[in-house]
Design a protein around this ligand. Structure first.
Ligand SMILES: Nc1ncnc2c1ncn2[C@@H]1O[C@H](COP(=O)(O)OP(=O)(O)O)[C@@H](O)[C@H]1O
Ligand SMILES: [Mg+2]
Length: 376
């Protein structure tokens, strides 16, 4: 999704991909095969680039730091990537910056006693998270008491998993939100309208823009986005995930986590905002002027397309989905597997209901009868 933005601005992308059939490698002509976790591959790749940036986090941050020390331009920088890769580092950084976060404690290895002590101090449930490597709810466990803590630790140890665990207080959230911020090297930012992200089983299913919030809370969310971006020194797009507790004017916001790259919560911007997050990311990492983040319609909705339970490929139903007028379809070129994010549908509308109705109709057509878990 970065490629069309690069084409329009005459930016030549070079891609480091692990496999020739990676989704991005199918559309970027200049592909270097290699691993972003291998220092030598990163160094050889960076040597031909003016600026190196990322669309995922699975990069060796120490190797990036070495490249920076050797004079390469890495944006976001290695220090930001290291924080974005690690939920425990994020919690510590946000605590130091005075951002509202739940109580937390880092356990250097999975230990039931540590989780139980945390639960006794802060109440159950306790949320345990792998500090690194989790996504789409994998690596997040909600523990309702000491027995669940014991089971989790037994399972992790049995699987040979000794990585650090983050214990944090469960937040009684009423909605989940995200704020996208673009930040240039000098610190100039542009903030998008706050998004409501509808999650099921730890997976984002749906985006609603603007999030239904009183103006004061929306302004607070934008401010948290700017402060988080500054706290981690991001250059490029930062997505800040937030929890809303309570509703209306009595609501308050709690910071969850960040991604320092274009993010699923910003896919609505392709058609829904004056500047897409992908173009904005390129502008920011090149230190070019940022674009307007204004909405193109009163309401925007995006439905994530998950692989249908029957394993069928939504691509086979593309024509039927294109018959839904007013919906914008995106397929990522990934092999279909049940539950995998394969694409999304976005629609604009005069009202939230109108936008959502169109996006759902298109996504449902793509999922077909094999739905099961398909759409919202
Ligand atoms: N402290 C918490 N309290 C309540 N729910 C949480 C908490 N932390 C995470 N969750 C739930 O788990 C989901 C996934 O957690 P997150 O830390 O965002 O991991 P991931 O890397 O999978 O996105 C969140 O979107 C939210 O629904
Ligand atoms: Mg998350």
């Amino acid at each position: 999704m970065t490629a069309p933005a690069a084409i329009a601005l005459d930016i030549r992308l070079r891609l480091l991909a692990e496999r020739g059939d990676d989704a991005a490698a199918l559309v970027v002509p200049d592909v270097v095969l290699g691993s972003p976790r291998e220092a030598a591959d990163l160094a050889a790749f960076a040597a031909g680039c003016d600026v190196v940036t990322f669309d995922h986090e699975l990069v060796d941050a120490a190797a990036l730091a070495a490249l920076e020390a050797a004079g390469r331009t890495i944006r976001p920088g290695a220090a930001t990537v290291a924080v974005a890769q690690d939920k425990a580092l994020q919690r510590a950084r946000f605590a130091a910056a005075g951002l509202p976060i739940p109580p937390f404690r880092l356990l250097e290895a999975p230990a039931a006693a540590g989780l139980v002590a945390f639960g006794e101090a802060h109440g159950w449930p306790v949320v345990a998270k792998a500090s690194r490597g989790g996504y789409d709810g994998r690596g997040v466990w909600i523990l309702d008491g000491p027995a669940a803590a014991g089971d989790l630790v037994a399972g992790l140890t049995g699987a040979g998993e000794a990585s650090p665990l983050l214990a944090e207080a469960w937040v009684p959230l009423t909605r989940e939100l995200a704020v996208l911020v673009a930040r240039r090297p000098g610190g100039e930012t542009a903030v998008y309208p706050v998004v409501e992200t509808v999650q099921r089983d730890g997976i984002c299913r749906e985006l609603r823009v603007p999030a239904p919030l009183p103006p004061a809370l929306a302004a607070t969310a934008a401010d948290l986005g700017r402060r988080a971006a500054a706290a981690v020194g991001v250059v490029g797009i930062l997505a800040l995930e937030l929890f809303l507790v309570g509703e209306g004017d009595g609501g308050r916001l709690v910071v969850n986590e960040i991604a320092a790259r274009p993010h699923n919560s910003g896919h609505w911007t392709i058609e829904g905002a004056a500047t897409s997050q992908f173009e904005q990311h390129l502008r920011a990492v090149l230190d070019w002027p940022l674009g307007s983040t204004d909405l193109r319609a009163p309401a925007v909705a995006t439905i994530n397309l998950l692989g249908p339970a029957d394993g069928s490929d939504p691509r086979s139903r593309l024509r039927a989905a294109l018959a839904v007028s007013g919906a914008h379809l995106h397929l990522y070129g990934k092999a279909a597997r049940p539950g995998r994010k394969l694409g999304h549908a976005t629609a604009l509308g005069a009202t939230a209901e109108e936008a959502r109705g169109r996006a759902i109709a298109a996504a449902a057509a793509l999922v077909g009868n094999g739905a099961g878990e398909g759409t919202a």
